[in-house]
Design a binder for this molecule. Sequence first.
Ligand code: NAP
Length: 362
Amino acid sequence: MPKHTVTLIPGDGIGPEITAVMCRVVEAVGVDIAWELAWAGTEMLEQTGSPLPTETIESIRRTKVAIKGPITTPVGSGFRSVNVELRKQLDLFVNLRPVLSLPGTGARYDNVDIVIVRENTEDLYAGVEFEQGTSAALGLIDYCERAGAGHIRADSGLSIKPISISGSKRIVEWGFEYALANKRSKLTAIHKANIQKFSDGLFLKVAREVAQDFEGRIEFEDRIVDAACMGLVMRPHEFDVMVLPNLYGDIVSDLCAGMVGGLGLAPGANIGTEYAVFEPVHGSAPKYAGKDKANPTAELLTAVLMLRHLGEKDAADRIMTAITSVLAEGRFVTYDIKRSLTGSTAGSVGTVAFAEALINRL
Ligand code: NAP
C-alpha cells in the first residue's frame, strides 16, 4: 500500500504540463505517493454538466490532500470559479502564499521572505452578487435607500462584501500560530478600515483583540492596504507575516510575486481544519498552453509545501535545494526568468528541460 494518496487535479491551460513534471520530480525523490486523478473545469462542464464534479470533491474528502494545476474561469459571465468553489465546499479558510526571493531568478529584490496569509472564504469572493437590472438587485437598491445606507444608482450591479467576527478570528489566529511555529517575529494585518468601517473595521478590531493573546511573543502592526502596497515596493524587508482579507490577499500576493521574479515562482496552499489543496498562485496562462514554455517552479514549490504537510521534510528539502541550485546556476531556466535576467528570452529552455535538469540534480 502506498504511504500517501493524493488527489491530483491537472487543471487546464498550462496546468497539465506543469503538474506532469511536478509528479516526475516528486517521484524522483522517492516519495511513495499514489496519485488519484480528478478533473475540473470547462471540459468537465461539457462532459458532466458541472465544472466541479462530485467525484472530484469526494476524492479530496477521501484523500484529505490534493495538489492542482490552475483552472480557467470565464471572465464576466459563465460559471463561477472552480477554485473559489473548492475552497468554499471544503472550508479551506487559509490561503498560504510564501514569497521568497531566490538567487538567479532576476528578482527585483534580494532577501525578501514574506508569508501571505489570505482569508479564503469571505469578502467580495463570497460570491453574493446581484446582476444589474434584476428584481433582486433593484429590491436591494431600494432596501439600502430605505435603510438610510445611501443612494445607489438604479442601473448598478451589486457585489456584497461579508466579513465576520468568526471568519476574521480564525484567520488571524492561524496567522499568529503560523508565525510562532515558524519562528517569525512580526504579523501585519492589512485592511481599509478607514473607509469600509463595518467590514474591514470589524476585521481590524478582531485582529487587534487576537494580537493581545500573542503580546510579547509576536510583534503586531496594522496597515491600510494602499499604504502597505507602497511600503512593500519601497521597503519590503519591513514585512514578515501578513494577514489579509480575501480580495486584498489576492491582489497583494500577485504584487509580491512580481517583486521576486513573477508568477512562475509563486507557490500556494489552501488549508482548512480537515483538508488541504495545494496550488500555485498563477492562473492557467492560456497563451502558453501546450507550448512547453511555462515555468513549473511555482507548481514545484507548491509540491514542496505539500510534502512538508505530508511530513516528508527530507524530500521537500531536497527538491528545494535542487530548485535553488539549478536556478542559481542559470543554464536551464524558462523564458520568464531569462527575460528578467537579460531582457530577452533567448537561451531559455522549456518546461520539460527545466524539470529534467532538476531531476538530474536530484
Ligand atoms: P495567469 O494565468 O496567472 O497569467 C498571467 C501572466 O503571468 C502570464 O501571461 C505570464 O506572464 C505569467 N505567468 C503565469 N504563470 C506563469 C508560469 N507558470 N510561468 C511563467 N509565467 C507565468 O493570469 P490570467 O491570464 O489573468 O488568468 C488566466 C486564467 O487563469 C483566468 O481564467 C483566471 O481566472 C485563471 N486563474 C486561475 C487560478 C487558479 O486556478 N487557482 C488562479 C488565478 C487565475 P507573461 O506572459 O508576461 O510572461
